[in-house]
Design a protein around this ligand. Sequence first.
Ligand code: ES4
Ligand code: ZN
Length: 330
Amino acid sequence: QDLSGFIAGLPKAELHLHIEGTLEPELIFALAKRNGIALPYPSEQALREAYAFTDLQSFLDLYYAGAGVLITEQDFYDMTAAYLQRAHADGVCHAEIMFDPQTHTARGVAIETVFAGIARALRDARNDTGITGYLLMSFLRHLSEQDAFDTLQAALPLRAQYEDLWLGIGLDSAERGNPPEKFARVYQRCRELGFRLVAHAGEEGPPAYVRDALDLLHAERIDHGVRAEEDPVLMQRLIAEQTPLTVCPLSNLKLRVVDDLGQHNLARLLRSGAMVTVNSDDPAYFGGYVGQNYLESALALDLSRAELAAIAGNSITASFLPDAEKDKLH
Ligand code: ES4
Ligand code: ZN
């Protein structure tokens, strides 16, 4: 059996995925047309050619611009449905999906519209293919604490309606200069409300941000976390506590966190006993969905089939599924 077939056959969860990062150029152009929005690129190909990033911020600028074509509930539905179909084809049985309401409410799109479109696609996909999903509402860390509190307040009336889907919160966008402590009180409130907690840390930011995401935010899972390796004491803690790291190899390559995939610390982290998972982050921008991330990592780092199966197993373990559901998937 070929390696990509083997990978597709592994039951896996995708735990680090920004739904706005799944907007392919084809869909960006289709939605722009449907909504009468002019794009500053002449063609889908020209847009794709602009995806030559130098760092996280250079990507975020294009990513927020691309999300500007999302206006109606149907737009959010179509985006999410397209992702879930691709994920299902990759052998993803469960996806924990981040979305950035502030990117949309700042443009005048109602938060109800965002929730409704994404949630309807999740429910339809579950009925059609069996794939399950949860939502992690993410706060943009380049915006203020007050903006995050306002977003939480706007979203809370929707909680009952999406109780089966929206179970956690996250923190994303520009990491450097926006440390975890900026959102300590927001996370405290979310913790009191019973949300599951994740946070991006240690992608471009220093290991201290990973430590502070654990100690100040009480994050249960660290998105990226690859720079934790620079602090051996922190690394030993992550291993001892089996804190999941949602690693995104192709993202790290495209955003120049690593110069080539052969230099990525994924294999070292795995072999040192850390709870690492492999995820796609923003697959439309970074050159591949989760299966491609497994495949290219395996080829660049000589991951064995047993190691790939271990990573897929970790993704089930590190998910927020109930234990009985995890047992069925292991
Ligand atoms: C992101 Cl790769 C990455 N890092 C931080 N925030 C993000 N939002 C979407 N993709
Ligand atoms: Zn991310």
